[in-house]
Write a protein that binds this ligand. Sequence first.
Ligand code: HEM
Length: 360
Amino acid sequence: MLTSDGDTWLRQRRLSQPAFHRERIAALSGQMAATTGELLERWQVYASSGQPVDVAAEMMRVALAIVGRALFSIDLSSEAGNLVEAMLVVLDHIVWRARTFGMVPGFLPTARNLRSRAALRTLDQAVYALIEERRCAAAAQADLLSMLVAAQDPETGTGMSERQLRDEVITLLVAGHETVASALAWTWYLLSQNPQAEAKLQAEVDALGGRAPTDPAQLAYARMAFEEALRLYPPAWIITRRALADDELGGYAIPAGALVVLSPYTAHRDPAFWQEPECYDPERFSPERSAGRPCFAYFPFGGGPRLCIGNTFALLEAQVVLSQVASRYRLELMPGQSIEVEPGVTLRPKHGLQMAIKSR
Ligand code: HEM
């Protein structure tokens, strides 16, 4: 869906859309909270021992487990480490090939190519096994995987090939976890550097008195804290389009076939739209302060027909993870941790994010 166009894209988008309806997503909050609960338990060891943990890697694990359960009813928590590693190797390889214009052919047995092929095998094995299992299952599950497996072309009556199914599953796993995970990692970093914002998030979760929120509106500050992190560190930091015909944009001639690159990262820091753009200030996203802002001053989820299908899912997930973690722990950046942005498929903290987990 993410990388196709025209009829293929439309068919895949229509097919997946029902799995992302608002009510369906809202019903997933309990499941998201349970998965986050496992993370909180795991962190108890770090909180007791004082040993720091790489919060960027931890967010990857929890986000992969959440998306695996929600869309495919699979428990990735035990395999998450392997799969996260394999996905990162493959994604980094794709970015590296794009940067080097594919000058080293993929078939050559270089160390990099071999590593990437092994990682792809790990992913393929896991995903093909998942599809096979679902085809053989006696009862269909009410999730996206069952919808994809059962989908038939209305004209030919044929279903998706194994390869198509595998592509969709991998796309959703990748698009659905690294984005959320990197934005969550940046949120924890930004909160650790902005004690006032951190205190407001804590006050919001404390007001719930240990009860799970029944309505995401009760987590308005958590949402703003995440939206503001998405402004400063939008995971999809560039979005590209190929011009189909000659055009003109803002006085620039765009010839047919040209590659047009849009950058949420630069738009989100443009002083024409944002006061003190470099400051972390979640309340910019309050309804009052958002009023009147041009809608494409902020587009972490893209826009138009290709708007991110998972945007509601991502925001709910972020609210759940942020509030659950903040209710039990405070995360402190380790002294000496160097912070640099690595612009890969998403924007990741280049040297990881070593933080101390403090019990509250
Ligand atoms: C903070 C988290 C996320 C961000 C920043 C993000 C960002 C984006 C952006 C910018 C696009 C549009 C790309 C383009 O126009 O070329 C997109 C598309 C997409 N996203 Fe997300 N995304 C996030 C979370 C998710 C989640 C949780 C899922 C699935 C569970 C998901 C699945 C997809 C898919 C399948 C597409 C392709 C849609 C299409 O082309 O019709 N994303 N995302």
